[in-house]
Design a protein around this ligand. Structure first.
Ligand code: FAD
Length: 411
């Protein structure tokens, strides 16, 4: 069992090990779950066998540390119930980590009498060292990204959109942003427990911020602000929505219908007094190189667009240079108002395609139409025919509008 704790000590959450081994966070989580399962079965079998072997002298042979070891194993097992993890991720996370630290601590007591060079002690030493190095590295990165640089820390502005919150974070230590990157975000002021919560979000957009006054030229000539899109669920994201209500820029459906969409970097023009401190961990995630493909089709639904926009922008820019790429997006939405989440950025991406022939956007709207006259099955086109809105399920589309050859591509 102890040898299994070595890979487990790397954790199941995204960290430097993903970057080092070039593995996907989902793969790391699955590896962690499977090895954890094997270790738990072995540990439980060990406890049961020990109890049966010493059933006559249980009082004399079992110490308080042994009981603690068994209890921490039980705590970890209890935290693994999928329903519990889904309903209360933060409680799961706290119980899981506390149980694991307690388990390793009491295991040290378990092997204390053995020689320092015996396998159990060596394994535990490796486990403890890896865990400590991981924690120190994480803390170092977290402090570097989040401590104030030249007196200014990360500043987040939250803006409410229908069923989502736009989080614009002006970074004190920006990095070279790439498509496919995501960060862990903590907004301490979001709620009483927000300080101990960090949640992953894809970088949906980035831009160079303006100076202190909107009419000033940028002082730093490189992108320093990221925008994250947070779909409203029941925990932290709901708190973000509550906080963002103070910025009602795009919240009401009426406002969305009547207001002109602002500049793609509109967050920069918002009231600076609405900014609140943010802690950023990352970046994580690898960019997938799509430059070598002639045709790239993106399929997504709802908030999934956050992970794809920057790939589209990048491909549009590459295509503008060599003229060979063809890009199409197929995006299914529960409400037509959700299209406003990325409206200004989509317009910017489409404007890069000067020929209006190489980027195609197909939006499938399932309900909650903006116009009362819209009927299921209707279709509408805009931006010189490169944006199509289909008021039906993507799966119901009989294919006529999403065959690559019918998209308007040349060949
Ligand atoms: C790599 C990655 C990138 C993501 N990018 C985006 C994005 O760009 N936009 C977006 O809206 N959502 C994104 N998500 C999902 C987002 O992180 C969760 O929706 C958010 O953490 C839910 O927070 P909550 O407290 O409101 O959730 P709850 O209402 O408490 O739970 C909703 C669901 O989210 C899961 N969840 C809760 N906390 C976490 C956490 N810390 N880590 C992972 N899962 C969690 C729960 O298990 C549950 O299934 C991403 C998730 C991952 C793993």
């Amino acid at each position: 069992m102890l040898i299994n704790l070595i890979p487990l000590s790397l954790g199941g959450r995204v960290n430097w090990i993903c970057w080092l081994l070039n593995i996907d966070p989902c793969q790391l989580r699955r590896i962690h779950q499977w090895i954890g399962f094997i270790a738990a079965v072995e540990g439980t079998a060990h406890v049961i066998l020990s109890v049966f072997q010493n059933i006559d002298q249980l009082r004399e042979t079992v110490s308080a540390a042994d009981i603690l070891t068994g209890s921490s194993l039980a705590l970890i097992l209890m935290s693994l119930f999928p329903l519990f993890r889904k309903k209360s991720y933060e409680s799961f996370s706290i119980i899981h980590v506390t149980g694991s630290v307690l388990l390793v601590g009491t295991l040290w007591h378990h092997v204390i009498g053995s020689s320092p060079f015996q396998k159990p002690r060596v394994y535990l030493l490796i486990v403890t060292s890896i865990w400590l190095v991981d924690q120190i590295l994480r803390l170092g990165c977290l402090l570097y990204r989040s401590l104030p640089h030249r007196g200014v820390g990360n500043k987040a502005t939250l803006v409410a959109f229908p069923d989502t919150t736009h989080i614009c974070v002006k970074l004190s230590a920006p990095w070279n942003f790439r498509p496919g990157q995501y960060v862990y975000l903590t907004i301490p002021r979001a709620s009483k427990t927000a300080l101990i919560q960090s949640h992953p979000f894809y970088i949906a957009w980035w831009y160079e911020s303006l100076g202190d006054h909107n009419d000033e030229k940028p002082k730093v000539h490189k992108p320093d602000t990221i925008v994250l899109l947070s779909a409203t669920k029941n925990g932290f994201t709901k708190e973000l929505t509550r906080v963002s209500q103070q910025n009602l820029l795009m919240n009401t459906r009426k406002a969305l219908k009547e207001k002109q969409m602002p500049d793609p970097c509109w967050c920069a023009t918002l009231d600076k007094t609405c900014q609140i401190p943010a802690v950023i961990e990352g970046p994580f995630g690898h960019e997938v190189n799509l430059d070598t493909f002639e045709t790239v089709l993106f399929f997504t639904s709802g908030i999934g667009i956050a992970a794809q926009l920057l790939y589209m922008k990048h491909l549009a820019e590459v295509k503008e240079k060599d003229g060979s790429k063809r890009v199409a997006l197929f995006w299914e939405l529960q409400s037509e108002y959700h299209a406003f989440w990325v409206n200004s950025w989509m317009t910017e991406i489409l404007s890069i395609d000067s020929s209006k022939k190489l980027i195609y956007v197909h939006i499938y709207v399932l309900g909650d139409y903006v116009s009362e006259d819209t009927q299921v099955g209707n279709k509408a086109s805009a931006t010189k025919g490169s944006t199509h809105r289909i008021y039906d399920h993507l799966s119901k589309d009989n294919g006529e509008s999403w065959s690559v050859y019918d998209l308007g591509f040349d060949e």
